[in-house]
Design a protein around this ligand. Structure first.
Ligand SMILES: [Zn+2]
Length: 187
């Protein structure tokens, strides 16, 4: 998920592991992902490169399909990488339950410049594997719950613009078409 950055100071650090971001219109964003079964150095290196790509893109969450990998992997860091040890690597996440409802504005690294309010559950319970393959169960609310739901949607081929209602989406149709054309992908 992307946040409005206001000051517009993209973090152009020289990240070696930076990966290409697939944008709206790319077929890979619409496909389902496979669970991860092997927790090895390759997975850790991939997660590291995902985190770097997220930071460079001013994101607070990134899912593997956004870098063209159809695996159930996502990273979240609500501090934009400014604080140490705040990165959350989630492998094979699933939502066990949810309650409440809230409206929050969302954006997406794969849909640059588009920010829309989306209604989703306010609190969720999730289960996932950490980097070492250990099972973790946790509750989340507020913005963290929001980012988790946005990223888990990516693992199912769902984008936040699918959840904004037909009228709003119709207003966005031209912008979305332009993003798809710019990224050289057919809709
Ligand atoms: Zn997204």
């Amino acid at each position: 998920m992307a946040e409005r950055t206001g000051e517009g100071s993209p973090r152009m650090r020289a990240y070696a592991g930076y990966k290409k971001i697939y944008r709206y219109g790319s077929p890979v964003l619409r496909q389902k992902t496979e669970p991860v079964t092997v927790f090895d150095d390759e997975l850790r290196a991939f997660l590291e490169s995902m985190a770097e790509t997220m930071y460079v893109s001013n994101g607070i969450g990134l899912a593997a399909p956004q870098v063209g990998v159809l695996r159930r992997i996502m990273v979240i860091d609500m501090s934009f990488g400014e604080e140490v040890d705040t990165i959350l690597a989630m492998v094979n996440p699933e939502i066990l339950g949810s309650e409440g409802e809230c409206t929050l504005e969302e954006g997406c690294i794969s849909i640059p410049g588009v920010f829309e309010e989306v209604v989703r559950p306010e609190r969720i319970r999730v289960r996932y594997h950490d980097l070492n393959g250990e099972t973790v169960e946790t509750d989340a609310d507020g913005l963290l719950a929001r980012v988790m739901q946005h990223e888990i949607d990516h693992l199912e081929g769902v984008l936040f613009v699918d959840r904004i209602g037909a009228a709003k989406r119709a207003l966005l149709a031209k912008t979305l078409r332009e993003i798809a054309e710019e990224s050289g992908e057919e809709l």
